[in-house]
Design a protein around this ligand. Structure first.
Ligand code: NAD
Length: 497
């Protein structure tokens, strides 16, 4: 059986793994590969490779860095179907959804191609007589990324293209559950001309993460994953003097006002609730139906959910794939049991699903609850599966109270035809990403992504201009040239080298 290896210094790591984990095909439930788990010494080898590559990379001209980024962009675009197939094979999401993931990652690479403009500093002439001040943005050095299973290509792309464009070198620790896409993309970046050691990938578990957290050469860490681990990464990383941004979990609410277009709202809620089997940090997991909205919305949801096709991700007719592991599927199922026990009304029950020919796959059909109460675990916890709950409230104010009382603050949406209500909502709501008649408001690559409250620890959001700020530090220079003269004559047309 194949062992998925680390990628260090521009090539696959050659030593046999001392520790390893198993990678499943979630559609069949079978182990399809082993993945090496890095020891602290192997993490050190990746960090050493990044440190060795740093002096040359951080002084590589912007023109050259941009060319390599463009070449990488072209290769990812050309190979996006191959990347998507890897995602479907290891994560389980349906192929069309996997392709969407690659396209959203590609947009961040495209943003990073504009680094020459993004990294520009500031200049003030004559702050005092013949004295000028300017500020430049410089890379931090070796930086690291630790990423979750649910977007194995896109979330790493939120990080390393921008970090590398800024002149840093990078060590990525992707999820051990679906590790292949990260290595495949690192190979493409190498093929695009990235020097060895600028991007390294180490696989593993807490052992690898803990070494990254304490290693003195690592200057900054970007983390995306669940809230308990995000808090741990933030606290431990900052204790070791590192800059840290740690994005956590979510429980995204969709408020539906009585004047909303219920057909539109139902389409949106089903797409956002069950897409990728609910394993998205921006998935809608709670619908807050205001006034009589629930009476019209719940039947419309039920009608749509009944038609959803759950099956293996490579099957073109499948709309929803399996969950990532058996343990996770069972955990999600146990939340459904708990919701029933607590008295919520289970309108659609996906627990009995059977996918012919894939009986051992980690499938769970879509589940819909009505009459969910805030004290229930299905309301409180991030379930991260195909389970949508409807909470009924009387007024807009009650809906807002719910959103504000919830510990998470990643994404939120409002569905209404009342522009004034929507505007008030946008101004008041304490959540990092807001959709108005848009259920999954993931910002474009040239804005930044991040939640509030327990959904993000740190000061800066990820990618976009915040990404450039996160991966650089400012140097302010004050200079006087009392006798300025230039020396040497060159009549040639100035060129970038
Ligand atoms: P996770 O927190 O279990 O794992 C994330 C990363 O942390 C992985 O690389 C994993 O190996 C590592 N890790 C796990 N346990 C660790 C430990 N005890 N010590 C050190 N490192 C550890 O998350 P997951 O299950 O892979 O992903 C799903 C979670 O990620 C959900 O909560 C989801 O909401 C969240 N997520 C958030 C965003 C966002 O942008 N806010 C985006 C995607 C996913």
């Amino acid at each position: 059986m194949e062992t998925i290896q680390h990628w260090i210094g521009g090539k696959p790591y050659e030593r046999a793994a001392e520790r390893h984990g198993e990678v499943f095909d979630p559609a069949t439930g079978q182990v399809q590969a082993k993945v090496a788990y890095a020891t602290p010494a192997e993490v050190d080898a990746a960090i050493d490779a990044a440190a060795e590559a740093l002096p040359a990379w951080r002084t590589t001209s912007l023109a050259r860095r941009t060319k390599i980024l463009f070449a990488f962009r072209e290769l990812v675009d050309k190979k996006k179907e191959a990347i998507a197939a890897i995602l479907t094979r290891e994560h389980g999401k349906v192929f069309s959804d996997a392709l969407g993931e690659v396209n959203r990652g590609l947009e961040v690479i495209e943003f990073a191609c504009g680094i020459a403009d993004l990294i520009k500093g500031e200049f003030s002439e004559n702050v005092s007589t013949e004295v000028d001040t300017y500020a430049i943005r410089q890379p931090l050095g070796v930086v690291a990324g630790i990423t979750p299973f649910n977007f194995p290509a896109m979330v790493p792309m939120w990080m390393y293209p921008i970090a590398i464009a800024c002149g840093n070198t990078f060590v990525l620790k992707p999820s051990e559950r679906d590790p292949s896409a990260a290595v495949y993309c690192a190979e493409l970046f190498r093929e695009a001309g990235l020097p060895p050691g600028v991007l390294n990938v180490v696989h593993g578990d807490k052992v690898a993460v803990d070494r990254i957290l304490e290693h003195p050469a690592v200057q900054a860490i970007s983390f995306v994953g669940s809230t308990p681990i995000a808090r741990y990464i933030y606290e431990t990383g900052t204790k070791h003097g590192k800059r840290v941004q740690a994005l956590g979990g979510a429980k995204n609410h969709m408020i539906v006002l009585p004047d909303a277009d219920m057909e539109l709202a139902a389409d949106a809620a089903v797409g956002a609730g069950y897409g990728s089997a609910g394993e998205r940090c921006m998935a809608i997991s709670v619908i807050v139906a205001v006034g009589d909205a629930g009476d019209r919305l719940v039947p419309a949801l039920r009608e749509r959910i009944a038609k959803l096709k759950t099956g293996p991700g490579m099957e073109p007719s499948s709309e929803m794939g399996p969950l990532i592991t058996r343990a996770h599927r069972d955990k999600v199922k146990s939340y459904v049991d708990a919701g029933v026990d607590a008295g919520a009304r289970l309108v659609m029950d996906g627990r009995g699903i059977r996918v012919p020919g894939h009986e051992d796959g980690f499938f769970l059909g879509p589940c819909l609850f009505d009459s969910v109460k805030p004290e229930m675990s299905i309301y409180q916890d991030e379930i991260f599966g195909p389970v949508l709950g409807v909470v009924r409230v009387g007024t807009y104010d009650e809906a807002m109270k719910l959103v504000h009382a919830h510990p998470y603050g990643n994404g939120v949406a409002i569905f209404t035809n009342d522009g004034g209500a929507a505007r008030k909502f946008v101004a008041e709501v304490e959540v990092g990403m807001v959709g108005v008649n848009v259920p999954i408001p993931v910002p474009m690559a040239y804005y930044s992504f991040g939640g509030w409250k327990a959904s993000l620890f740190g000061d800066l959001h990820i990618y976009g201009r915040d990404g450039v700020r996160f991966y650089t530090r400012t140097k302010a220079v004050t200079s006087r040239w009392p006798d300025p003269r230039f020396r040497g004559v060159d009549l040639g047309f100035p060129q970038n080298k």
